[in-house]
Design a binder for this molecule. Structure first.
Ligand code: FES
Length: 107
């Protein structure tokens, strides 16, 4: 994580939940959009990224398995609320997360 994210960025949360991003388990704040969770993981890259945060630009596209689903679905990460056990398997090239190991590359 790069720096401590200011708490006012996030929807209120009581705890961190675990999801997987490109095969890596991470802890993110519950009750928040996935893009906001990415910001929690990498404050600088996501804060200065090219994101509208309102569903217009599509730069925040991901593919994600929701718990219990057999197939990944495409989603706008600024519009989908995180749930425990989600597995994000693909990131748009605009989503850069320095917390991921170098072998995990965004498409
Ligand atoms: S950030 Fe623009 S659509 Fe999600």
């Amino acid at each position: 994580m790069s720096g401590t994210p200011p708490t006012e960025l996030f929807e209120p949360y009581d705890e961190l939940i675990e999801i997987e991003v490109l095969g890596q388990p991470v802890q993110v704040p519950e009750n928040n959009p996935i893009l906001r969770c990415f910001q929690f993981l990498d404050l600088e890259n996501i804060s200065y990224g090219d994101f509208c945060w309102n569903g217009d630009c599509t730069n925040c596209q991901i593919k994600v398995f929701r718990p219990g689903e057999d197939h990944p679905r495409g989603a706008l990460s600024c519009r989908m609320t995180v749930r425990p056990g989600m597995r994000v398997v693909e990131l748009s090239k605009h989503i850069r997360l320095s917390c991921l190991t170098p072998t995990e590359t965004a498409r």
